[in-house]
Design a protein. Structure first.
Lengths: 242, 259
């Protein structure tokens, strides 16, 4: 199957610490891949390298057939519009209402769109995450789970082909975390997206991912399906399941 | 050990200067790149201009009164009381108005920009903009820098006018003097080279207040503590920059006008 993200021999060093050391991965169309690892092993750095929020030292990153490291600013923006990125805390613009948060990007890219069409698009996105009633609220008035949902809605407005979730359930209670995991699945079904889920929440992984990779010491330690890894007797892997 | 520490401090200082220069270049490029964020520019203009005006006005009024009250006895001792309006106008328009306005803006605006951008950086809002194809340098930084560059001179002009008004009222506390006489004496003492360099330097004050505040916020480290440090560093660095620009402006204008 055609890969939507392909990373080859990625290396990233911060000062003297080599955070990513020869990392390679392939995310195929329609796949939900979870990247697991302890805190500080470089999971988020990998995700940020993929969308070029961080430039790697070595390696190659191809997203939707484009070599991300060779694109100029305009080309990069075009590819980024096809990727959704959900940040750990939602990263909603706190000086704007939920509606303005969703409109913000669209106004800059689809200037010809009428206000009525824009309103309809915003409402559709919010309805898809079950938060239409929060349309006029400020981010400070939302709970952690609601912020994540709005962040997903903000991403969905562009109907992305890939969504990168950076710790989607961190800091949420188990019930809300379960709802967010369900939302990830619903979004994938409805929008036919491929997802890269950076997490250490095993419940979320079990619900959402069909392929798992574990990072340790800057490299992929192992990979496989939930069932494959669950049966492993390696104490390093077993640690994630207890 | 001491030499090593000095070396490291010097290193940090020069990398900050280098970082600021590169940042200024990148922001400068955004001034001429579409999309032009008019709405955000107007919003920032309101926050920077209108919200700072009361503070600038009250301070300038008090400074005008204090300068007059302090200078009057000395001038009267020398029988030069009639020179008071001229002395106040030259001092205010050349130096006190622009510098006091710029320092107030450094304290209020630069720290505010540093804290706001710092918080946006820590909560990944700047990254969220970047990843969705909106350039934060264009939307967030360039608008603030343009707003401060345009509005600090206007605020300084208003400060000059209100300071002169304060001076007029404090003279009238001792002896009655008509507005016409006060302002004709005040303007008689002003020369071309009192007004133009003072006005030009306020544009530089405004530019660096916005630029340094944005730079400190944009390069904030991790955590909420870093946001406070950025706001603090923005005030300190902008204030120092104001004095440095002022010194350079005085030397240049003295050279140009052969004073």
């Amino acid at each position: 199957m055609e890969p939507v993200i392909e990373v080859r021999h990625l290396v990233k060093t911060f000062r003297t610490t080599r955070v990513l050391d020869d990392i390679s991965l392939k995310l195929e169309k329609g796949m939900n891949m979870a990247i697991l690892g302890k805190s500080g092993v470089g999971k988020s750095v990998l995700a940020k390298c993929i969308v070029r929020l961080i430039d790697p030292d070595e390696g190659e990153i191809r997203v939707l057939g484009q070599n991300m490291l060779e694109l100029d600013a305009m080309e990069l923006d075009e590819v980024r519009k096809r990727i959704g990125y959900i940040f750990q805390g939602g990263a909603l613009y706190d000086s704007m209402t939920v509606q303005e948060n969703l409109e913000f990007q669209v106004r800059r890219t689809k200037e010809e769109m009428s206000q009525a069409d824009l309103d309809a698009l915003v409402e559709e996105s919010l309805r898809n995450v079950g938060l239409l009633e929060a349309i006029h609220k400020m981010p400070a008035e939302l709970s952690g789970g609601m912020k994540k949902r709005v962040a997903v809605a903000r991403t969905l407005i562009f109907k992305p082909e890939i969504i990168v979730y950076d710790e989607p359930t961190t800091g949420l209670d188990p019930v809300t975390a379960g709802e967010i995991s369900e939302l990830i699945l619903n979004v994938q079904e409805k929008y036919n997206t491929s997802s890269l889920i950076i997490t250490h929440d095993m419940k979320c992984v079990k619900m959402t991912a069909n392929h798992l990779k574990i990072i340790a010491n800057g490299r992929f330690y192992t990979q496989g399906s939930w069932a494959d890894l669950y049966q492993s007797t390696d104490p390093e892997i077993r640690g994630y399941f207890h | 050990m001491k030499i090593l520490r000095t070396n490291e401090s010097l290193n940090n200082f020069f990398s900050e200067i280098g970082g600021l220069v590169l940042f200024a270049r990148n922001v400068g490029q955004q001034f001429f790149r579409a999309p032009f964020e008019y709405r955000e520019l107007v919003k920032q203009g309101y926050f920077i201009g209108v919200k700072t005006l009361p503070l600038v006005a009250i301070t300038a009024f008090i400074m005008g009164m204090v300068l007059t009250l302090q200078s009057r006895p000395v001038l009267m001792d020398f029988g030069a009381g009639a020179l008071l309006p001229g002395m106040v106008s030259v001092s205010f328009i050349r130096e006190i108005g622009p510098v006091i306005t710029a320092l107030l803006c450094a304290g209020k605006i630069s720290s505010g920009i540093g804290a706001e951008l710092g918080a946006m950086k820590v909560t990944e809002q700047l990254d969220a903009m970047e990843v969705s194809g909106t350039k934060p340098l264009n939307f967030v930084v360039a608008t603030r820098v343009i707003a401060t560059t345009c509005l600090v001179p206007i605020l300084a002009f208003i400060a000059d006018a209100i300071g002169m008004l304060g001076s007029y009222l404090s003279i009238n506390m001792y002896e009655p003097m008509s507005v016409v006489l006060f302002f004709s004496q005040a303007f008689d003492s002003l020369r071309f080279y009192d007004i133009i360099p003072a006005t030009i330097k306020t544009f530089f004050f405004g530019f660096f207040i916005g630029l340094i505040g944005s730079y400190k916020g944009y390069t904030t480290g991790q955590g909420t503590e870093a946001v406070g440090m950025s706001a603090n560093a923005a005030v300190v660095s902008s204030s120092l920059a104001i004095f440095l620009i002022d010194l350079i402006a005085v030397q240049l204008s003295n050279l140009i006008y052969g004073i």
